[in-house]
Design a protein around this ligand. Structure first.
Ligand SMILES: [Zn+2]
Length: 390
């Protein structure tokens, strides 16, 4: 085990304080924090590449420390955070506040703590004679559907080196997570025809159609519960309607209804087949609707799609992270990360990072300082490994 500089934890706290001070709520530009990280890396001779979004208001940052002609291990994190709107904080969410053994601030846990640990190690990584490169992959818009990382992944193997392994540092209390569920979301717009409610047959009642579709979703939900994997909590793919809006007045046949629904798919669940069942039900309902109103329609759109994640049990990154974390057991979680997106792009992945997911997204979000210390130890061993292995 490498002896860590006693200043490393202090450096990490300072970096985390700076990172937390940027309000990187997903609706905001993340360019100020990217400028800061880019400048910091440059101080240690590490060049980075930006992958901006279409608006130019947001960017991912990719950097390689060590040989440029080899594939290495990427440390992946998102720079955005969830809003503090409506949350009751005891301290300023954008001022990192140390109290006892904890550091409080928006993103302290999810997941600027990991970003700070990676950055604190950069001076050491840059000094070492790495045989295997360490890549840094910092993205945006993770909290709104893992969207920001996708353009960066698309450029891997082309403008960017494709890592052969990825560690996603989402909060796992430094456990090695090798599986997670995938959130897939849909919106359903139903168009009917209004009528005076005393003349109901002249209209197409879209709330009634929504009820039929939702009843089908309830049947699908029951079927999904049949397939169980006890590693997950809850141990099956969940399905639920999350939002609904329809009707304008108590005496008008409602001509428009909209609802949103989601699944949290376990690995192996088939979102296309689930969507197909709802589409089949919609097709069965449409003829009667169109007999009254030819313009009647049911439009089903997929609005979010993060695949479920299952690491390859034989993968190098899985055995390596277990070894470096000093563990022999892996875990499955119900929240989603970009691990599945990397994995599906051919870069085998695991999730392992400091902090407890229970503190993510909450008011008074905090991270144990000890978690940062554990992560620093882990990253130090990543450095040892990268130096010693071709
Ligand atoms: Zn996160």
């Amino acid at each position: 085990m490498t002896a860590r500089s006693p200043d490393l934890l202090d450096d990490t706290k300072d970096l985390l304080a700076k990172l937390v001070s940027f309000d990187t709520t997903s609706r905001n530009s993340n360019l100020p924090i990217i400028d800061f990280i880019e400048d910091y890396l440059a101080t240690y001779g590490v060049a980075s590449t930006r992958v901006p979004d279409e608006t130019g208001e947001k960017s991912s940052l990719f950097a390689t420390i060590g040989p440029e002609n080899a594939t290495g291990i990427a440390l992946s994190a998102h720079t955005d955070v969830v809003p503090v709107d409506g949350q009751d904080w005891d301290t300023d969410p954008f001022t990192l506040t140390e109290k006892g053994s904890r550091l409080y601030g928006r993103g302290a846990c999810d997941m600027k703590g990991f970003v700070a640990c990676v950055m604190a190690h950069v001076p050491q990584f840059a000094q070492r004679q790495l045989k295997t490169p360490i890549h840094i992959a910092f993205s945006y818009d993770e909290e709104v559907g893992c969207t920001g990382v996708r353009p960066m992944i698309a450029q891997m193997g082309d403008r960017l080196i494709k890592p052969r392994m990825v560690i996603v540092g989402e909060p796992t209390s430094m456990m090695v997570v090798d599986a997670h569920k995938g959130p897939v979301r849909w919106s359903v717009d139903i168009a009917g025809r209004p009528a005076h409610s005393s003349m109901a047959p002249l209209g197409v009642n879209t709330i009634a159609v929504a009820a039929e579709l939702i009843a089908e979703l309830s049947r699908i939900e029951i079927d999904l519960k049949e397939v169980r994997d006890e590693r997950f909590d809850p141990p099956y793919t969940t399905l639920q309607v999350t939002e609904i809006k329809g009707g304008n007045a108590s005496n008008i046949v409602p001509a428009a209804t909209w609802f949103g629904w989601e699944i949290r798919a376990m690995p192996g669940a088939d979102p296309d087949a689930i969507e197909g069942r709802l589409r089949a039900r919609a097709q069965a309902l449409l003829p009667a609707m169109r007999e009254v109103a030819p313009e009647a329609d049911i439009v089903i759109r997929r609005t979010n799609d993060v695949p479920a994640f299952a690491a390859d049990p034989e993968s190098e990154v899985l055995s390596l992270s277990l070894k470096l974390a000093g563990q022999n057991e892996t875990f499955a979680v119900s929240y989603a990360t970009e691990a599945s997106l990397f994995q599906n792009a051919g870069a085998s992945s695991v999730v392992c990072g400091p902090g407890d997911i229970a503190q993510a997204h909450t008011a008074n979000e905090w991270i144990e300082i000890d978690e940062l210390d554990k992560c620093l130890g882990f990253l130090g061993r990543v450095g040892d490994w990268a130096e010693g292995n071709a």
